[in-house]
Design a protein around this ligand. Structure first.
Ligand code: ATP
Ligand code: ZN
Length: 299
């Protein structure tokens, strides 16, 4: 029997977002006893139940209030919003946080052998896609007539198979397009995974838990972008060295045992330290330069 006071989070069962979604929750301190074949897994240390489903079902589960939160690509969410809009179904949701993984774009691609000038080159084309509503929204706005048919997988083989003139599909590196002799010609939509919440009244225990979760998620994302930098610097060069380290607030400067001309500088930097900067630091006399990843942060 499901307990209504436990927070329900839906995430993709198996696919590109699954691993990062689980990792995010685990890094936030949620211990999950994942059972491969089961739809619902229970957290051992927090009042949270995890629903593992197909990503396409997540926006509906959130909007129909079956679950409280969902982790899903914005592309899937937006497609479902457009679909519901046309079917006059209720659209109730709130994006709580973009999650900085699952980054991709929805693009139009055509065979490399075909000439492309602008969107008019696609006038009356037949386009294969899993995202008919996003495609229609984009092409209607540009007054391009088109025919489409839906393929829910392997969309990129449609032109080679003679099924379509173009495709509208998700791209991250572009390697799949290239491998199928296709070139990307228009970007329709940029996407990443997001944490989406249902609307409507929630018991206060759940509200508090969601607040806590968002703070932790923000801490994980911030930590991912930040580095802990440690180095030894000649005392006379401290200012020039610090000015090379962008994104660092309030460095700690401390004495080195048995050393009077050098100090240790420690800092958290919101930017990656590139090799070029490390080389410049070295020229200024810095030594023992360490750049460490940070796992969690709370401000
Ligand atoms: P499901 O069985 O859950 O329906 P799926 O085949 O629809 O899975 P995946 O291919 O696992 O979905 O992709 C899930 C999400 O990952 C996409 O909706 C998108 O938000 C994101 N994503 C990131 N990069 C890519 C990419 N290169 N191709 C496809 N999806 C990507
Ligand atoms: Zn899917």
């Amino acid at each position: 029997m499901l307990d209504n006071n436990r927070l329900r989070i839906a995430m993709q069962k198996s696919g590109r977002l699954s691993e990062d979604s689980i990792k995010l929750l685990t890094t936030c301190g949620i211990k999950i006893n994942l059972k491969k074949q089961e739809l619902i897994s229970f957290s051992e240390n927090m009042p949270i139940d995890i629903f593992r489903v197909r990503d396409d079902d997540i926006p509906g589960l959130v909007m129909d209030q079956v679950v409280d939160l969902g982790i899903v690509g914005e592309n899937v969410l937006e497609e479902e919003l457009l679909r519901r809009g046309i079917q006059s179904k209720k659209i109730l949701y709130k994006i709580l946080q973009r999650l900085d993984f699952g980054k991709c774009r929805l693009s139009l691609a055509i065979p490399c052998s075909k000439k492309y000038v602008n969107l008019l080159s696609l006038q009356n084309a037949c386009i294969a896609t899993s995202y008919p509503y996003l495609l229609k929204k984009y092409l209607d706005k540009k007054n391009i007539n088109f025919n489409f048919f839906i393929l829910n997988g392997s969309v990129e083989v449609a032109p080679v198979a003679g099924l379509s003139d173009a495709i509208c599909d998700l791209v991250s590196t572009g390697a799949t397009l290239e491998a199928n002799g296709l070139k990307e010609v228009e970007i329709l939509y940029n996407s990443q995974a997001c944490l989406v919440s249902r609307l409507g009244p929630l018991p206060s225990v759940k509200k508090i838990l969601i607040e806590k979760l968002i703070t932790r998620i923000q801490g994980v994302i911030k930590a991912r972008e930040s580095k802990y930098i440690m180095l030894h610097a000649p005392s006379s060069k401290v200012q020039s060295i610090i000015s090379l380290l962008h994104g660092a607030e309030h460095p700690t400067i401390s004495r080195l045992a048995g050393e009077t001309n050098k100090v240790a500088i420690h800092m958290v930097s919101s930017e990656t330290l590139f090799w070029e900067t490390m080389e410049q630091l070295k020229v200024l006399g810095a030594s023992a330069i360490l750049v460490l990843p940070i796992e969690k942060m709370m401000e």
